[in-house]
Each structure stands twice: as C-alpha cells, then as structure tokens.
Design a protein around this ligand. Structure first.
Ligand code: LLP
Length: 417
C-alpha cells in the first residue's frame, strides 16, 4: 500500500503528508507514483494470458506527469477530445497506442488523430462514420475504426455513470449494429479493425462485464457471417474501486472472469481502465479552516470545496476522510465536512465521526480519479496544486492557480462602450 501510517501520521510512500501539506499548502492533490505503477502492472499481469493493450482513460486523471509515468510503463491511452490527445502527446505517449472514444469527435480532432496515427476510433453513430470518412478522404488516408456497441446490459452502478443500457446516449444500439458495420464497410477510407463496448463505471461485480462480453461475442460471430472480420475487441473500462465497503473484483478476478470468452475469441484485447488505476493512487489534502458546531449539526469548514472535488456533490459519492495526524485525547463528534462555497450542496462528506481542531489536515482518499480533472473555478477559486511522490521525493506537477490567471483570458469592453 502506498498510503500508510507511520508513527500515526499518514504518509504517501516515504513522505509525511503533514510535511507535504506544510511545504505545498492546501488544498493539494497528492499522487503516489508507486501506486499508479502497481495498479497498472496488476492489470497488465492479470491479462498476461492474451495479447493486450491497456489504454488508460485520460479523463480520470490527465496530469502530464501521471500520463508520462504510465506511458513509460507501456500504457496506451483512451481519449475523448483533441485536448486529451494533445496532453498524451505532450506527455510522450505513443500515438499508435491511442484509442479515441466519445460521441462527438470534431473534424479538427479527427484530423489531428489521423495525422499522428492513432490505433483506433471508437465510433458511436452513422453521422460520425460519415465525418471520419470525409476527413480521411480529404487527407487521402485510411481511418482504423471500431464500433462502440451498446449491449443493453445493466451495469448496476450510479445512473449518471451507467452507459450500456439502451436508453443511454452511448454506443450503437444492438438492433442496428450489423447495418452500421455493413454501412462502414462501404466507406472507402474506413478500415474496420475492431469492436468496442463500455458499459459503465465503478462496477463492483464481474457479471455485467461477462454478460456484455457474451453479447459482443455473438455479434462478432454474426459479423463474420457477413464477411466482416475484426482484429481486436475493446472491453472498455469500468472496474470499480474501494471507497468505503465495496468489494470490487481484483484485476485478476476481473480478467479471469472474462478469460474463457477472450481466449475463445483469440483477438487482441484493448481495455480502457481509468479509476482502477488512478483513484487510489491519489488523495486530496485539505485544512480545517473553521469549526462551526451548532445545536443541529457540526460543520467543519475546510479549504477544499466542491470546485476542487465535485464527486460528493454531483453523485452523492461517499469518499473516506481521515485525519493526517490523529489527535490522541480529543473527543470525537459527528462532523459535516463542508467547503466555503455558497451552495448547500458543497460538501465533501457528512456525518463523519472525527476529532477535529482548527488547522488540522485531512486527507480525502480515493481522489486520484475524477478529482482534479473535474475541478472548476467556481466562486473564483484558483484550482489546487498537484504533487507526485516517488519514494522519499515529492515533485510539484502542477502549480496552484493564481487568482490573476483566472481572468487572464477575459477582456473589458472598450471604454466608450
Ligand atoms: N472508456 C469510456 C468510453 C468511458 O466512458 C469511461 C468512463 C472509461 C473508459 C473509464 O472508466 P473507469 O475505468 O474510470 O470506470 N466522473 C464519474 C465517472 C465517469 C466515467 C465516465 N466514463 C465519477 O467521478 O465517478
């Protein structure tokens, strides 16, 4: 484990989080290079039985240093925008290991992706096929494509992060998969290379993955009948992590559940894990700024807020909040850990049994995925700094935003207006 207590104080690898908070101030995202590496290698080893490529879902954590650590381990990347593509290139990621997901790729993004030679476009509609065909024809090149199919499987996760049901906006509905593949086959600048399926995020059972794969397997067989052969299957991301008392499958359990089907297919396997690699490789440090006990509830106002970490507000996500250096003899109370933003929905956690004093440093665990990347400048708050720990070294990997930078792109009207 990369976040452990040493003499009571929470550490990231060999560095005290208390000292890190002092040195870099708070709110602060802290990542562990060892944890990122371990999570990546766990997944890589779990799929050793088959030719595979892990494409880290950049949306879960897009810091260049994080991407670079993974790129050096051999990771590819799952991107959804031209912005993410540019980040991967800036982090020295290999374009030939990129899969491009997302249902609204722009012409400019497609053009750039074709120019750098990505592995595959995961396509979600007829209109998108036409768009990629047009750009590829203009560039006089071939675009490698997969269709992202919607297997209509219940991922049993939060409705906002469930994507594989027919009422979700994602993927090609199962009843038009074949006609869409056949249409793609008529487009001269498209090269059909695979099939893709992602059913949701934070899945804590293997069954939905196995069910989805069974449906994709049937589709692959039927495609063969139609004369369409593919070289790879992309099983998406979605493996859940422990935030509280979930019992998600380990990487090995996840891989082994699908192993018989994958071995039977014998295709190269692509996968797009985000959270299972980055979530528990990061924490958010925040300082208790003011205590406000009342007759109804006790509020601890901390210096991080929903603009820094929106998961609790947006999904009612429960994330563990622990003291970096616990008090020895201070009574515990039920606290609501809240930010200073003018919204009732601005909280990091409710009803937490903690002993707290002003200036205590708290760590929000599991914050390495969908944390910083979803942060905003709401209430004109500069975004947090990010650091990465490697053994006994701490590196600043993103400066804290200055207030002036928040309006650097804004302009007054001319004075006479
Ligand atoms: N591939 C595709 C096509 C996706 O849409 C996603 C996540 C992933 C891969 C990575 O899934 P993961 O392995 O991280 O579960 N903001 C939400 C999560 C949104 C997930 C969106 N898609 C949260 O904080 O829980």
């Amino acid at each position: 484990m990369s976040f452990t207590r040493q003499q009571g104080t929470l550490h990231a690898e060999n560095c005290s989080l208390e000292q890190i908070a002092q040195q870099f101030s708070t709110p602060l995202y802290v990542y562990s290079k060892a944890a990122l590496t371990q999570h990546y290698l766990d997944m890589h080893q779990a799929f050793e039985f088959i030719d595979h490529q892990i494409c880290f879902a950049v949306k879960s954590n897009s810091n260049l240093a994080v991407l670079n650590v993974l790129a050096k381990l051999g990771a590819g990347f799952d991107i959804v925008t031209g912005g993410e593509l540019a980040r991967v290139l800036a982090a020295d990621g290999d374009p030939a290991k990129i899969v491009f997901s997302g249902l609204g790729k722009t012409e400019a993004d497609i053009e750039k992706a074709l120019q750098v030679g990505i592995a595959c476009f995961n396509v979600e509609s007829h209109a998108e096929l036409d768009r990629i065909q047009n750009v590829a024809a203009r560039l006089n090149t071939q675009a490698p494509i997969s269709l992202r199919v919607n297997p209509d499987v219940d991922a049993k996760t939060h409705p906002y992060i469930s994507t594989g049901l027919k009422e979700n906006k994602f993927g090609i509905p199962s009843d038009s998969v074949f006609s869409t593949y056949q249409y793609a086959a008529t487009l001269p600048n498209l090269n059909i290379v695979g099939i893709d399926c992602h059913i949701g995020s934070q899945l804590t059972e293997t069954k939905p993955f196995v069910d989805a794969l069974a449906r994709v397997e049937l589709m692959i067989a039927e495609l063969k009948q139609l004369g369409i052969t593919i070289q790879h299957i992309d099983i998406g991301g979605g493996l859940g992590v422990v935030y509280k008392d979930e019992t998600p499958p380990s990487a090995v359990e996840y891989a082994n559940a699908m192993r018989p089907q994958l071995e039977k297919l014998g295709l190269k396997v692509y996968m797009e894990p985000g959270r299972s690699i980055s979530a528990n490789a990061g924490v958010l440090l925040t300082k208790v700024d003011l205590l406000k006990p009342t007759n109804h509830r006790n509020f601890a106002i901390v210096d991080a807020a929903m603009n820094d970490l929106i998961r609790p507000s947006l999904y009612d996500a429960w994330m563990d909040i622990v003291p970096v250096k616990p008090h020895q003899d201070l009574e515990t109370k039920q606290w609501d850990i809240v930010g200073a933003i003018c919204e009732t929905g601005d909280f990091l956690g409710k009803d937490r049994e903690l002993s707290l004093q002003q200036n205590d440093i708290l760590a929000v665990l599991g914050a390495g995925a969908y944390g910083f990347v979803m942060s905003s400048n709401y209430n004109s708050r500069g975004r947090a700094a990010e650091v990465m720990v490697d053994g006994d070294q701490v590196y600043l990997i993103r400066d804290r935003e200055t207030i002036e930078s928040l309006w650097a792109n804004e302009h007054l009207l001319p004075q006479e207006a």
